[in-house]
Design a protein around this ligand. Structure first.
Ligand code: NAD
Length: 513
């Protein structure tokens, strides 16, 4: 395996740090130090590396490499492509702990959580290993006299993926396996906040035997993204990230003639009916609200408690909050790591201040928390609000931090109406022991990913994933059958083999049977 670094940057800091590089045409590209940005370890606050800030030139080089690699990758027999996928799956599985350690180092989430992320990402790689089956088209004989039809699925060309900081392995693994298995080549623009696992994934593809140029990585922010949106050599883009950036990517990418799917922010709510198992609900709310410091698009950040459920649940949540251990994600027994950046930590504190000013009752206040051993780490305690109402901005907006809010509702219908009226629609859940209520929820809730007594209903890796309303700008979901459609041009071929010696008479009538 090639080394992670292109060289130490000791001149700039007291301690030498790693300098990462773009990955283009199967190799690291040398970068100048002045074109890099710092990478932090949120558990200590220390600068641990530098990541390049790419722009139009780097995107252009990556697209050139991907375009050159496309014809031969497109024509590589399915079984040969599949063998590379199996090799990649085996390598990524073998390196799962290394990937997880890099995620914990850069993001801050606990090591077991990072490992679970890698395993959930691998589910989609495993799905892609079966590509010879998935790529099968449809043949229909005798659609008319001696006429057959055939449906082909062909790759589009160069596809790009733009991904967020919070799942450095799982979210990209929901994108690139599908783009590659369908025969496209790929340019990945990852988040610059969590680059360690990115670099390793690129290196593992090379080791698995993926031809150079098929998989490329360009780091950067707005400039690199805008270059992707405008590049004539890119046919399709999948984006995962915040709503304002997702809207920009969708509008600009589609205006430039590309297929675009953007999966964006969320404000997920779980409804709790009075007949639910409250111990299970309390565990679920704590896990889904504070796991990964609330930095998950499928986090449950609102608990809509119906009837007396709120009064019974609140002390149970307080009790669990009191027992949570916050610290470095590498330490065994830690439940929640730090926030990924100092800026984001400050923005979460602003949201808590706003909730207090808006009149929500702050039951647990995470703002004063400091870790005694890591005073410079980006730690924050967990916060719990009660009496959150739909008029409040902490109800309406995504906070993306360890802040959970209880909303009181009188009836099931009121709770359902609240969820269906929210501007975001990513995931939701119902906790109940009433099968009839669960069935109604499943049919009537206007949110695409639903859990019944399951707080984080992320569908299995071979199924589709994605939200609606403000949580997605897309015609299709990502992964599964939807992504196969997204990444292929469908062709319908109509074929006639006339009976030997027999020719139909010339006719200008529109062809029928
Ligand atoms: P982000 O929007 O800041 O960044 C996403 C990507 O866009 C990154 O690669 C980033 O470099 C790039 N980017 C950032 N600012 C940009 C700009 N002004 N112009 C062009 N590109 C820009 O998101 P994030 O903070 O990395 O991730 C958190 C967000 O992602 C949350 O809103 C979360 O809900 C969402 N998310 C959604 C899903 C989903 O499936 N719906 C999954 C994970 C995360």
């Amino acid at each position: 395996m090639t080394p992670l670094t292109t060289g130490p940057a000791g001149a700039e800091s007291e301690k030498a740090v790693e300098v990462l590089s773009h990955w283009i045409d199967g190799r690291s590209v040398e970068v100048r130090l002045e074109q890099t940005a710092p990478v932090f370890n949120p558990a200590t606050g220390a600068v641990i590396g530098r990541v390049p800030r790419g722009g139009a030139a780097e995107v252009d080089a990556a697209v050139a490499a991907a375009s050159a690699a496309f014809p031969s990758w497109r024509d590589t027999p399915l079984i040969a492509r599949s063998q590379i996928f199996f090799a990649y799956r085996a390598l990524a599985h073998e390196h799962r702990e290394e990937l997880a350690a890099l995620i914990t180092r850069d993001h801050g989430k606990t090591f077991p959580d990072a490992l679970a992320e890698v395993m959930r990402g691998l589910e989609t790689v495993e799905f892609a290993c079966g590509l010879p089956v998935h790529m099968a088209g449809m043949n229909t004989p005798n659609v008319a006299t001696r006429v057959d039809t055939r449906t082909l699925r062909q790759p589009l060309g160069v596809a790009a993926g733009i991904t967020p900081f919070n799942f450095p392995a799982m979210v990209p693994m929901w994108i690139y396996p599908l783009a590659l298995m369908t025969g496209n080549t790929f340019v990945w623009k990852p988040s610059s906040h969590t680059p360690g696992a990115t670099q390793l994934q690129a290196e593992l593809w090379k080791e698995a035997g993926l031809p150079d140029g098929v998989f490329n990585v360009v780091y950067g922010g707005r400039e690199a993204v805008n270059a992707i949106l405008e590049h004539p050599g890119i046919a399709a883009i999948q984006f995962v990230g915040s709503t304002p950036v997702g809207r920009h990517v969708f509008e600009t990418g589609t205006a430039n003639g590309k297929r675009v799917g953007c999966y964006t922010a969320a404000k997920n709510a779980m409804v709790v009916l009075p007949d639910a198992d409250m111990d299970m609900v309390a565990d679920a709310a704590i896990a889904a609200g504070y796991g990964s410091a609330g930095e998950r698009c499928m986090a449950q950040t609102l608990v809509i408690a119906v009837g007396d459920a709120g009064d019974r649940l609140r002390p149970m949540l307080e009790d669990r909050i009191g027992r949570l251990k916050i610290g470095p994600g590498t330490e065994p027994g830690v439940d929640m790591g730090p926030i990924y950046s100092a800026e984001h930590r400050a923005s979460i504190i602003d949201w808590i201040d706003k909730g207090v000013a808006e009149g929500a009752e702050l039951v647990a206040d995470g703002r004063p928390f400091r870790h005694p051993d890591y005073p410079d780490g980006f730690y924050l305690g967990v916060s719990l609000f009660d009496r959150v109402t739909p008029a409040m901005s902490i109800y309406q907006e995504e906070i993306f931090g360890p802040v959970l809010g209880i909303v009181r509702a009188s009836t099931f219908d009121e709770a359902l109406g609240l969820i269906n009226a929210h501007k975001y629609a990513n995931g939701t859940a119902l906790f109940t022991s009433d099968g009839g209520a669960a069935r109604r929820f499943e049919l009537e809730v206007d949110v695409p990913m639903i859990g019944i007594n399951v707080p984080i209903p992320v569908p299995a890796g071979y199924m589709s994933f994605g939200g609606s309303r403000g949580s997605a700008f897309a015609q299709l979901q990502m992964r599964g059958e939807d992504s196969i459609r997204f990444y292929t041009q469908q062709k319908e071929v109509t074929i006639r083999w006339p009976e030997p010696g027999k020719r139909a008479a010339l006719s200008l009538v529109f062809p029928g049977n």
